[in-house]
Design a protein around this ligand. Structure first.
Ligand SMILES: Nc1nc2c(c(=O)[nH]1)N[C@H]1C(S)=C(S)[C@@H](COP(=O)(O)O)O[C@H]1N2
Ligand SMILES: [Mo]
Length: 426
């Protein structure tokens, strides 16, 4: 991944502390609405609109529904200079436009290494072979006839926030955090398929291979395969989208997105990892002493404030809510703390139910913005007791040479003008 380095912003703590202390001050009546009833000469309420008087449009004889035309800004976006081509690229999810924890299918982030394969499901097969009692080939019909399960899981690319190791880079929530999404995946638990074909005793690793032009391969330890891995054919109630691996993908909950092989065509059981490109030259983490961490599978606890954020500025003093998303590859989110003064004072946010393991969790906290500078930070804790680190803490262990697995806390600076900037606390 090429990185265009932009100016790194460091913010002194002293300046904003004066204004931050005002936040603790007396709470006047909350002002959510800009206008009041007394000022309601507002034509939007006094005048008849077309839609009050004329029939709306009729049902579509047949077709697939689309969002309101007024929501056309709610889209995935890419960064053209980031990747060499559209076929080997990333499309980021607009996290600040979403509610709840489910990512609508048309807004799920995309990461492809060889374009989006267009697969005719009638011609698609899944082969299970290697250290098994009976090698088998399954059609899509075979797979759909088997018992299935549905689970909400997040998928996060290990490279999410990967540009931020040396300082604040892109002034955007979408581009710094948008490689995470959540869907309800429906499919056959891999453990049932393994029992069906009879995994041999010495089988310890499984190679998964995609049918796309990148022929992506990763090896997965058999303990994980027997735990919660799904062979998924549906996403949020409909067939998996082409972008997400239609007609069949692996879902490896809580692990780096790269392991969830899309357009899945082959699973081979063996007694050792395959050491594929994606687990040697890529998806390893270079340390300061020249050694690299490898098989760093789990996406550890992380959180981001999605509102306010650079794309969602603040409009003057008054009552707001600070909201965002948290997730952990180790299980459930236990708690999310939010600070408006760069981490000096923290308050626990309310978590939206249901809070599910290895799934995004929405957090929310009221915020009475009194103007001036504010430094918004969130910090997630998961059910194992793990606490999301600061960048200083993360760099003490990892250095700055990594791309992958940056789960450090993020700071958004709210300026007196209401603009929100991606900053690194100095
Ligand atoms: N076959 C195949 N599987 C793949 C990829 C790919 O390019 N080809 N990209 C991987 C990467 S790096 C990630 S982060 C996830 C992204 O899944 P999504 O596009 O559904 O969000 O798919 C993974 N599975
Ligand atoms: Mo990825």
């Amino acid at each position: 991944m090429t990185v265009n380095k932009t100016e790194t912003k460091a913010v002194g703590r002293r300046g904003f502390l004066k204004s931050a202390s005002a936040l603790a001050g007396g709470a006047a009546a909350a002002t959510y609405a800009k206008s009041t009833l007394a000022a309601s000469g507002d034509p939007a309420i006094t005048e008849l609109k077309d839609w009050n008087q004329y029939l709306g449009y009729g049902v579509d004889a047949q077709g697939y529904g689309v969002p309101s035309s007024f929501e056309e800004g709610t889209i995935r976006r890419w960064v053209p200079w980031l990747t060499a081509s559209a076929e080997s690229s990333v499309n980021f999810s607009p996290l600040y436009d979403l509610t709840g924890f489910v990512t609508p299918n048309g807004l799920h982030f995309e990461r492809h290494h060889g374009g989006i394969a267009e697969i005719n499901p009638a011609e698609h097969r899944l082969m299970l072979h290697g250290m098994v009692d009976k090698e088998l080939v399954f059609t899509m019909d075979d797979i759909r006839r088997m018992p299935s399960e549905s689970h909400f899981y997040f998928t996060e690319c290990a490279a999410n926030s990967g540009m931020e190791w040396r300082g604040a880079q892109l002034n955007s929530c979408q581009f710094t955090y948008g490689m995470v999404s959540t869907a309800q995946w429906t499919g056959v638990p891999l453990k049932w398929l393994l029992d069906y074909v009879g995994a041999k005793d010495g089988a310890k690793w499984i190679l998964a291979e995609g049918a796309d032009a990148s022929g992506m391969t990763r090896t997965i330890p058999i303990e994980k395969a027997r735990d919660d891995v799904l062979i998924a054919f549906a996403q949020n109630g409909e067939a998996i989208r082409p972008e997400q691996g239609y007609p069949l993908r692996l879902v490896v909950p809580g692990f780096e997105g790269n392991m969830s092989i899309k357009w899945l065509r082959r699973l081979e059981l063996g007694d050792a990892p395959w050491m594929t490109r994606e687990e040697t030259s890529k998806y390893t983490d270079l340390l300061e002493d020249g050694r690299s961490r490898m098989f760093t599978w789990v996406q550890e606890a992380k959180s981001v404030i999605t509102n306010p954020c650079p794309e969602r500025p603040v409009d003057g003093k008054g009552q707001y809510k600070i909201e965002g998303l948290a997730w952990s590859g180790h299980g459930k989110i236990q708690r999310v703390d939010v600070s408006t003064d760069g981490g000096r004072n923290w308050q626990s946010a309310r978590l939206h139910e249901p809070v599910l393991p290895k799934c995004m969790t929405r957090f929310e906290i009221p915020w009475d913005y009194q103007g001036g500078d504010a430094l918004l930070v969130s910090r997630a804790m998961d059910e194992t007791g793990y606490v999301q680190p600061s960048m200083t803490e993360l760099q003490a262990v990892r250095g700055v040479n990594s791309i992958y697995h940056n789960n450090a806390m993020q700071t958004w600076l709210v300026n007196p003008s209401g603009e929100v900037e991606n900053v690194r606390l100095g």
